[in-house]
Structure formats: C-alpha cells, structure tokens
Design a protein around this ligand. Sequence first.
Ligand code: SF4
Ligand code: SF4
Length: 182
Amino acid sequence: MYGLGILQGLTVTFKNLMRKPFTIQYPEERIPQHPRFRGEEFTWYEERCTGCASCAKYCPLGIIKIVTHPGKTNMQEGDYYAIDVFDIDIGRCMFCGLCVEACPYDALFMGSGFEEGQYRRQDLVIPVDRLRKASKRPSTWFRPQLEDKGYNPHTGKELSWRQVGRHQQPSQEDLKEKWAER
Ligand code: SF4
Ligand code: SF4
C-alpha cells in the first residue's frame, strides 16, 4: 500500500528516539576504561629494568630500540646494564602487549591512556626520557599482582617500582584454602 513503507520507517525512527543513546559526547564525556586496558603510553620502571632487551626481542614489529652500557647503577639483582636508549615507536605499535609479557623483571607495563595523536610520525616515538618522567599508573594487564590489590590506574595513585612488585606463587596453605572453598 502506498505510504506503508514511510510509516514503517517512521516507526523505527520514533522507537529509537525514545531509547537511551549508546553514544557519548566525547571528549566532554568519557567512558571509564577497564584497569586491564592496554594503553599506548607504556609505564616503565628503570629501577627494575636490567636492559636485557627481552621486550625488544619479543616485539613482533621490532619497534623497541634499546641501547645499554655495562653499569652497576640499577637496583635489580644480577647482571645489569645502564640504559642509554629505550625508544618505543607507538606509531607502529599494535598494543598486543607481548613486550610486557616477555619482561622477566616486571619493569614494563602497558599504559592506561589512548590520546596520543600527533601531527608528525616521528613524534609518536616515545623516548627514554619521556618514559622516565611519565606518571606511573600502570595498566593491570598481565600483572596479577596489581589485580590482586584491586589497583585501578584510572582512579588510583601512582605506584613506585617497589609497589608494582612481582606476582608471588601462592603458598600451599593458600592453595588448600582455595580448593576447600570449591
Ligand atoms: S605492544 Fe606489541 S607491538 Fe607494541 S611494542 Fe609491545 S610487543 Fe611491540
Ligand atoms: S624486558 Fe624488561 S628488564 Fe628487559 S629490557 Fe625490557 S623492560 Fe627492561
């Protein structure tokens, strides 16, 4: 019948007019990010970093550049090197987090931000000085020790290298308790 199609179309329009919108008015409004969000600015703790370059080796895109010299300045035990260059080219990063997974000393964490737009590609390289000065609000992604504490990088305080710690293996007592609960 003539006009039926228009009527059906208008019904859909009116139905949606009454619905709560799914979209928000960014940047005035913001959706809270999950604490495990893999943000782009990375959080790096120089005090925990030995300069082993595992993160650079595991990066499938080869976008982490590390240059070191033998030094005895870092606090992590074992053989260590002082860091001269630690550049991450986030312009080519896919935020897979493999570099964070590969870090044996929990020195590298994903960040929590997503607003790193730049006019020039070279400005998307995060140099070591910026990593050093950046606020330390690490994502909890692949870091159960932070999740266990209920840490949220979007609302919580900055964490020092001592506070980010390592994930401890649960004790036999903890495991027994856990299994007894099931
Ligand atoms: S998140 Fe993935 S692509 Fe980005 S630097 Fe780390 S390993 Fe490379
Ligand atoms: S893997 Fe970790 S300890 Fe090794 S160089 Fe990268 S950030 Fe430093």
